[in-house]
Design a protein around this ligand. Structure first.
Ligand SMILES: NC(=O)c1ccc[n+]([C@@H]2O[C@H](COP(=O)([O-])OP(=O)(O)OC[C@H]3O[C@@H](n4cnc5c(N)ncnc54)[C@H](OP(=O)(O)O)[C@@H]3O)[C@@H](O)[C@H]2O)c1
Length: 289
């Protein structure tokens, strides 16, 4: 992952970041990193709507819930219609799983990781993208869309087999979603001048994301999570560190930029600096949706 030397931002102060009155949607805000963001932003005065399968914060003021199984594109489209996109200041995508040892497909015949971790986001962005910013007053911050994944790691995906039909490997399947999310940031920045798009790479965070990697919570999974726990940050620490970036005025003219676990700007993967490749990747993804 290479730092973006052309991008500077002032050192933001977490305590000064003001979220009061902000309207925020967090797709994947019911667990892990998304949940840490939703609880933090709500505690600082934002109105937050979270999308996920299991709501765990019904006792927290300022958080509303939309229940959805985002492995299904028709569910993603239904959720997108429910979101109050015209008035949203921030949209954060943190939905995710990791592909398991054998290929799983959804009722819509899409490889499950691809569906949950990437295509559901694409489906939502396509519906809300043109609506973002429509009800914002002049002088307000342009709506911002943050897409979390693993950008900047040189993953191009396999354009000829995004649905892992020709061959299946859990790592290759997951890397299709990594490339897709990075492409979605770059494409969104170009396609929607009414909003700003950014990528987030959180590094290693203690969460539930790896629970499917070995087909369940096996002994190997427990060992790897124990090892991960020695080096990984908590979701709460990461959210606290990144929160000021979400509203930093310095981002305004930098749509398409991606950030590492410390909130420092990183360069996109070299494979995705080819605009034609990004366009082809997005077109193949839309065909799947
Ligand atoms: N943790 C890491 O080390 C790490 C590293 C690199 C990148 N990331 C990225 O960070 C993002 C967040 O990951 P995380 O670590 O916070 O994972 P997590 O703790 O497993 O949380 C994932 C979120 O996705 C939701 N979700 C999963 N399947 C869903 C479905 N079928 N329908 C609707 N919602 C669903 C979960 O909701 P429910 O609990 O309600 O099902 C939860 O809110 C992902 O994009 C991941 O790829 C994480």
């Amino acid at each position: 992952m290479k730092r973006d030397k052309n991008f500077t931002r002032s050192r933001a102060d977490a305590a000064r970041a003001d979220f009061s009155g902000l309207k925020v949607a967090i797709v994947g805000g019911t667990g892990g990193i998304g949940r840490a963001f939703s609880r933090l932003l709500a505690s600082r005065g934002a109105s937050v709507v979270v999308v996920g399968q299991s709501f765990r914060d019904s006792d927290v003021p300022g958080i509303e819930f939309i229940k959805a199984d985002l492995s299904l594109m028709r569910e993603a489209q239904r959720v997108a219609h429910l979101l109050p996109a015209e008035g949203l200041d921030l949209v954060i995508f943190t939905t995710g799983i990791m592909a398991g040892p054998t290929r799983e497909v959804t009722a819509e015949n899409i490889e499950r990781d691809m569906a949950v971790s990437y295509l559901s986001r694409l489906a939502i962005v396509r519906e809300i993208g043109p609506r973002l910013g429509k009800r914002q007053a002049a002088g307000q911050m342009k709506p911002r869309v943050f897409i979390m994944g693993f950008p900047g790691n040189g993953q191009a995906g396999n354009l000829d087999d995004l649905n892992s039909e020709k061959s299946y490997g859990r790592w290759a399947a997951h890397m299709n979603t990594v490339a897709g999310n990075e492409a979605l940031v770059l494409d969104g920045a170009k396609r929607y001048p009414n909003a700003n798009f950014f990528g987030l790479n959180p590094g290693f965070i203690k969460s539930n994301i790896r629970s499917n990697l070995f087909g369940g919570k096996t002994l190997l999974y427990r060992f790897i999570e124990w090892m991960t726990g020695l080096v990984a940050s908590s979701a709460e620490d990461y959210a606290e560190r990144l929160a000021p970036l979400l509203v930093s005025p310095d981002l305004e003219a930098h749509s398409g930029v991606m950030f590492d676990r410390k909130g420092q700007a990183i360069l996109p993967s070299p494979e995705l600096t080819d605009g034609n490749y990004v366009a082809a990747f997005i077109a193949a993804s839309e065909a799947l949706v």
